[in-house]
Ligand binder design. Sequence first.
Ligand code: ZN
Length: 371
Amino acid sequence: MEHEFYMAIALNEAQKAKELGEIPIGCVIVYKDEVIGRGYNLRMKKNNALAHAEIIAINEACENMGDWRLEECTLYVTVEPCPMCTGAILQARIPRVVYGTENKKAGCVSSIYNMLSDERFNHTAEVISGVMREECANIMKDFFKEFRKREKAGYIFDFDGTTADSSYLWEKVDRDFFKEHGMEIPSDYGEKISTMSFYEGAVFTKNTYNIEESVEEIMEQWHKGAVHEYERNVELKPYVVEYIRFLKRKSFKVGLATASNPEFYLPVLKKYAITECFDAFADGKLGLPNKEHPDIYLKCAEMMGVEPENCTVYEDIPQGIKSAKAAGMRAIGVYDEKSAGKADAIKAAADGYIMSFKEELDVMTDHRKEK
Ligand code: ZN
């Protein structure tokens, strides 16, 4: 049937909106068996409350016709038009409107008002409803189901080596520490203290290398050196700011899960103005077991109010990936210079591996468009 033929084209337009994360509504305007205008909802993409499918299609049709009147045209739209679009239909003198499914909350063609058959206006239009109703309704239902699911999803970022390019930092702090004590840093030092807590590392260092200062003083020196470095020199990885801002805009929850402390990571997040993007900070201050255990990820999920199975964790070390998996989460490995040698172990344990957050951003945005 003719109506179904054109409604299928409108549905195809709706699909384009869906792929951009927009509410999936599509529209075509037909003049003498020819599509002269088409559009899909672009309200978010254009940051414009007026960018409804019908308005975009009417704009295009008027341009193609070289006329503000679309007197012999039929407008096909997947969802019953809102007050604005019904007004635009009247303004453009469109004589016939065919829609798919009703819009109980905003429809002004039959649901809330019957604006197109109200004789008090100087123009009325014929209305045909329910063409491919099920298909038009389903694409909306699927979209909102997906959207609600997404609202309940969370993304958890490790800090050092994943969000920030700071893997070099503790090595530098250690090197400076030994230099100040007139020693070369032992080649196996980093490996030896990697699994120790701050305190354990200080005790080990004092006893093994006969450092005169107390354990507290050693910790104080490390702390000062690190804060200095974080505040001045640590940078976030490419595209991580754009990605985190994107997640927040899409109403996902965002969390930080790190053994580090706020005095280290906060100055960096503040420098990039993304502190407000985080819904939760599960950090070293909570005194949870280290990342050999899933506790810190589970705590972060709890703080975000998201179920573990709806969480994605970004980590640059194999232990982090394994623990995130043990927490029942999806885990994505992130390339870092320091852990590059362990990339195979990370890939084997993870659900994915990325070289940069640009890949994640592309998957969520541009790639959808190309599909
Ligand atoms: Zn509208």
